[in-house]
Design a protein around this ligand. Structure first.
Ligand SMILES: Nc1ncnc2c1ncn2[C@@H]1O[C@H](COP(=O)(O)OP(=O)(O)OP(=O)(O)O)[C@@H](O)[C@H]1O
Ligand SMILES: [Mg+2]
Length: 288
């Protein structure tokens, strides 16, 4: 391992122009609001626009993403972290050309890694990230030390909420927590399971107002997905909803969101620092 780590370190020192994938994390406050469905179907939508997407399931212990696309594999990031597999081996093929990594139960290992392993992990990830345009993290509900270091390393945070006040409050609390740690990390808002366009827009505006008033933040309102029976049906059939029925309201909503995202690209030009995801993650893991 140390040999390999050394090699990677040297390669990184050679100052290869760094063009890591853009990284985004999909979060909510409350659980069960649609993060995994959003992450998977948004990934597929970006892939259909010609981008190379790596979806990373961090809903540890649940293996949700795999179930949602009707796949099943025994390999997860845990196998890489424990040294059993290479990073390439734990990257699996999903539908429409997306690739994914299962979370397994492995993330707690991240926090216990010694410096050498952190070096090796981040260097391997950095190598891999050059092959993708986007790395999308499907986060579990709730925050902890490990997930926070990932959230604070990504380029963009996608916040999913339903129209229910409980979900909204929790989404706000999550954003406040992230904002306290990094006030320049951009927030993209998505309302899921909207009963109507009006209700969805009202929810987006309410959240925008609160963020402006209390945190001085202006989030990007990406849009909404309707409450749609075909999502439920697609989940049962283990087919991503944008593939299950392209003409469903949810699929149309997703395509509008992907379109809007493309138009907002570079809206928040990276002001924080121009290091890549893995450089930031490494720093967090070293500073613990
Ligand atoms: N737009 C929608 N219309 C109808 N039902 C939906 C919609 N989005 C999600 N659901 C329902 O909500 C369930 C939970 O969705 P999902 O697993 O994506 O949530 P999650 O936020 O990832 O949950 P967790 O916090 O447990 O990870 C789905 O199985 C589906 O039945
Ligand atoms: Mg989930």
């Amino acid at each position: 391992m140390s040999d390999q780590a050394e090699k990677l370190r040297n390669r990184l020192k050679m100052d290869i122009p760094s063009k890591e994938a853009k990284t985004l994390a999909v979060v909510s406050g409350k659980g069960g609001v649609g993060k995994s469905n959003f992450s998977l179907n948004f990934s597929i939508s970006l892939a259909r626009k010609g981008f190379k997407v790596l979806l990373f399931d961090l809903d540890i212990g649940m293996g949700n993403i795999e179930i949602l696309m009707g796949r099943n594999s025994s390999l997860s990031i845990a196998d890489f972290l424990s040294g059993k597999s290479s990073i390439e081996e734990v990257i699996l093929r999903g539908p429409e050309g997306i690739e994914y990594i299962s979370g397994g139960t492995g993330l707690s290992q991240l926090i216990r890694m010694d410096r050498e392993s952190v070096d090796y992990f981040t260097a391997s990830l950095s190598e891999v990230l050059r092959k993708y345009d986007y790395l999308i993290f499907d986060m579990g509900a709730g925050l902890n030390e490990e997930t926070l270091s990932i959230l604070l390393s990504v380029n963009e945070i996608f916040v999913i909420t339903t129209t229910e006040p409980t979900s909204l409050m929790d989404a706000y609390a999550t954003m406040k927590y992230i904002h306290m740690a990094d006030s320049e990390l951009p927030f993209y808002l998505v309302v899921n399971r909207a009963g109507s366009t009006k209700e969805g827009n009202e929810t987006l505006s309410r959240l925008e107002d609160v963020l402006g008033k209390f945190l001085g933040r202006s989030p990007i309102k990406l849009g909404m997905l309707p409450d749609d029976k075909s999502v439920h049906e697609a989940v049962k059939r283990q087919i991503p909803f944008v593939l299950f029925n392209e003409r469903s309201q949810a699929a149309k909503g997703m395509s509008a969101i992907a379109e809007k995202y493309m138009n907002k690209m570079n809206y928040n030009a990276e002001k924080r620092d121009n290091r890549g995801f893995t450089a930031r993650l490494k720093q967090f893991l070293f500073e613990r």
